[in-house]
Design a protein around this ligand. Sequence first.
Ligand code: PAF
Length: 305
Amino acid sequence: MPITVVRTKAELRSEIARLVDEHAGRRGEGAASLGLVATMGALHNGHRMLAEAAVAGNDVVVASVFVNPLQFGDPNDLARYPRTLDADAALLESVGVDLVFAPSVEEMYPGGDPLVRVTAGPLGEKWEGASRPGHFDGVLTVVSKLFHLASPGPVAGRPTAFRAYFGQKDAQQLAIVRRMVKDLDFAVEVVGVPIVRAEDGLALSSRNQFLGEEDREAALVLSRALRLMDERASAHEPLVPDDAVALIESQPGVGLDYFEVVDPDTLEPLAFNCRETPFTGEALAIVAARVGDVRLIDNMPLKAN
Ligand code: PAF
């Protein structure tokens, strides 16, 4: 079936109701599941994996394509952000997404910038939030609106499963969205989809297209540093980031912002000595750096074998 692109909230709601009813009827069980993939467009293979995971796990899949002004600090960044709806819709259609919601800013925020917003609190002020004040409040505000708008509601009296897919590449965003769902009782299951890497180890990102050849080579130090911590975790060696920091700082053309080993839920630093106490929980190594003119982030879950 060719993909349907809708522009208004009313069309989104009626198309979701139609698709969910249709699937529930087809299955004869009076229930269906719905997956939501929220994006800002300019889709790449990382988004493709999100959409594929949503299609594999649900009867109906909706993707949103909306460049959310609330999460941009710099108006130039917002203006420059690529808008490629036709190509995005083609990619989403090729993986089997049913519906695209591509609203205008006026449709999403009819009263202008919302006065009432969802705030990320202290979780949104550290790491990425430290250099982008208000960014995560903007993310949570639009994500909570999308959760309300796409929520399928019950079909024939039965609850309909509702899942939302987010990339682990934006680990802080994922942690904050999970926390919002828990703290504010949203009826949605948040599914984290692993990072997609190029063969050389670079995490896929829409920003990679702005890296020159030399910068791209230099950027590989980030995944090397993360792997170093992963090897330490596997070898039951202390998870202290000093060597990873030194490795990144020795790479010309790379300006380190932060490298830390953190708790994946609270994002609090966790310098753990695996030699003294067995490392049994989970940790996350996170990094952000400027490579040439481009700011890159990456992360790697750490588990002791
Ligand atoms: O990750 C993104 O692309 C955005 O932050 C999101 C979740 C679509 C909200 O605008």
